[in-house]
Design a binder for this molecule. Structure first.
Ligand SMILES: [Zn+2]
Length: 214
């Protein structure tokens, strides 16, 4: 036998009568939600009254579970090390590929782990790349690399910088389209429709905001 009570904050609370249950108990499940086990002899109204007494505890527990879920999305140290390994194997190689193609030279490249930027380029032409880049779709990752490469020539976000970056993005996207890359075709379609001054930069910057540095 079941009965649901609707709670304004917690949603539906399922009260379930079961055989062999001697006492009232509340269960808070991260996916299944909140349920109350009720002994056969106890009326639902009494079980509900019991729930109301314990409601503050339930609200706190639900909040704590949500917080724990969010923490899981943070990376643990093993995951970070794995990502760092992948990043060290991949990013310097990819950066030198793109640099070679477009005629850039830089001093050295360092893989960093921070939550402030995807990449940076120092006045001494050292490029730092965030290991979080490994979590991005390849086209967006390339955009960040191209962005940092353009800083080798323009250490600001002025017009010359943007014109160069837009030029490289256009060339890069066209190349990928020729290789049959569907993401590139989609981005090119969006860019053709865009009224932004620098369409590729506008599209990629917007897409990258969907990702968090962790
Ligand atoms: Zn920049």
């Amino acid at each position: 036998m079941e009965k649901a009570y609707s709670d304004p904050l917690l949603g539906d609370i399922i009260f379930r009568k079961r055989k062999g249950i001697r006492r009232l108990s509340i269960r808070v499940h991260p996916v299944k939600g909140v349920s109350v086990s009720v002994p056969y002899m106890v009326p639902f109204a009494a079980a509900h009254a019991f729930f109301i007494l314990k409601r503050d505890w339930v609200v706190r527990t639900v909040a704590r579970q949500k917080e724990a879920c969010r923490d899981i999305q943070q990376l643990d140290s093993v995951q970070v090390e794995e990502m760092r390994r992948q990043a060290k194997d991949f990013l310097p190689l990819r950066l030198s590929e793109l640099a070679g193609r477009y005629g850039f030279s830089y001093n050295k490249v360092t893989i960093k782990h921070n939550t402030t930027n995807w990449g940076s380029c120092s006045a001494r032409n050292n490029i730092n790349l965030n290991l979080n880049l490994m979590r991005l779709p390849s086209l967006m990752r390339d955009y960040v690399l191209l962005h940092e490469l353009c800083h080798l020539r323009h250490h600001d976000h002025g017009q010359a910088f943007h014109l160069l970056l837009e030029h490289l993005c256009t060339d890069h996207v066209l190349r990928l389209m020729q290789e049959g890359d569907e993401n590139a075709s989609e981005v090119a379609r969006l860019a053709a429709l865009s009224r932004a001054r620098y369409p590729f930069d506008h599209i990629f910057s917007k897409q990258i905001k969907q990702y968090r540095l962790v």
